[in-house]
Write a protein that binds this ligand. Structure first.
Ligand code: NAD
Length: 281
């Protein structure tokens, strides 16, 4: 069992929980994720580790209450426990001294970038972080990103904070005015695709963290397969980060929509408290 130490709402429908998980905290590297099950009959869901404290033995998971399991997870308060957490899983982000790095976070996807930012700063890189969201209240952890980044640029679709527009508009200006060595983008698939198309003609190395449907997270089930440079890869063990310029984003979008009806049904049953098994403690 993994006890929740702290719970915080960081944006509407977005929750951060700090969980007692000493082994995972000790071995966590930027880019890793976990797969958790709330209870014995629960669905397994992947979540990126948004922060960790090896001394305290805790990890922080940030998630959007978007489906049945994340809704149920969001109902657990400090003091309650999560049945299983497997991790750290996935390859770590390749961290080295690059020079000028740009991190691009879309909505809640930005949280994935926080450990990457800290690791890049340990290697004395210059890091510009772009945080984009539909509106000001959906920007996550701006203060934390400001603490470590050399510069933070906020963009909102409605102009309620920072610059009005998409993250790609801010990114284009930076690429055209500075020698950017690497761009790391995490957020909605269409955002990562747009970032990839933007950096391609400039020849700037670009990494994206993919979030396909994932079941067991250790390379056995194949649910998370993605098409990278025409080859099938398993995001759980060969990713989740890939060279953005090699990702087949259209296939990823199609595969992600595969269980939409079932997901909506499960959510409906959960809200009506009619779920017969998986939601029970
Ligand atoms: P959103 O749809 O509100 O978009 C956030 C920002 O991304 C926008 O404000 C805009 O600046 C940019 N953006 C979106 N579409 C764009 C496009 N076509 N071109 C250029 N820029 C674009 O984001 P949300 O509703 O907060 O959703 C967050 C997403 O992040 C979810 O889809 C979630 O699945 C994903 N996510 C991914 C990971 C991962 O590891 N890959 C982790 C957590 C969340």
């Amino acid at each position: 069992m993994y006890k929740i130490i702290k719970k915080e709402t960081v944006a509407p429908q977005v929750v951060a929980i700090e969980v007692d998980a000493p082994y995972i905290a000790r071995h966590h590297q930027a880019g890793n994720f976990v797969v958790l099950r709330i209870n014995e009959r629960g669905e397994r869901i992947p979540l990126t580790i948004a922060d960790s404290d090896a001394k305290k033995g805790t990890i922080t998971l940030l998630f959007q209450k978007i489906g049945k399991t994340t809704e149920a997870l969001g109902k657990l308060n400090a003091g309650k426990a999560i049945r299983d957490i497997a991790g750290p899983l996935g390859h770590a982000t390749p961290i080295k001294k690059y020079g000028h790095c740009v991190l691009v976070g879309g909505g809640i996807g930005a949280a994935t970038l926080f450990p990457i930012l800290k690791a890049l700063k340990t290697e004395k890189n210059k890091v510009t972080t772009i945080l984009g969201a539909r509106e000001q209240k959906l920007i996550v952890w701006e203060d934390r990103f400001k603490e470590y980044s050399d510069e933070v640029l906020v963009t909102t679709d409605d102009g309620s904070s920072g610059r009005k527009g998409l993250v790609t508009e801010a990114l284009k200006e930076i690429i055209e005015s500075s020698k950017v060595k690497i761009v790391i983008a995490v957020g909605p698939i269409r955002m990562m695709q747009a970032v990839s198309e933007l950096t391609r003609p400039y020849g700037v190395k670009t990494i994206v963290s993919l979030n396909p449907v994932m079941v067991e997270g250790t390379g056995m089930c194949g649910a998370c397969r993605v098409n990278i440079a025409g080859k099938t890869k398993f995001a759980c063990v060969e990713g989740p980060e890939f060279d953005a310029h090699e990702v087949d984003f259209e296939e990823l979008v199609n595969r992600l929509g595969f269980y939409r009806e079932e997901e909506a049904e499960a959510m409906k049953a959960f809200k009506k408290k009619k779920c017969k098994g998986h939601c029970k403690k």
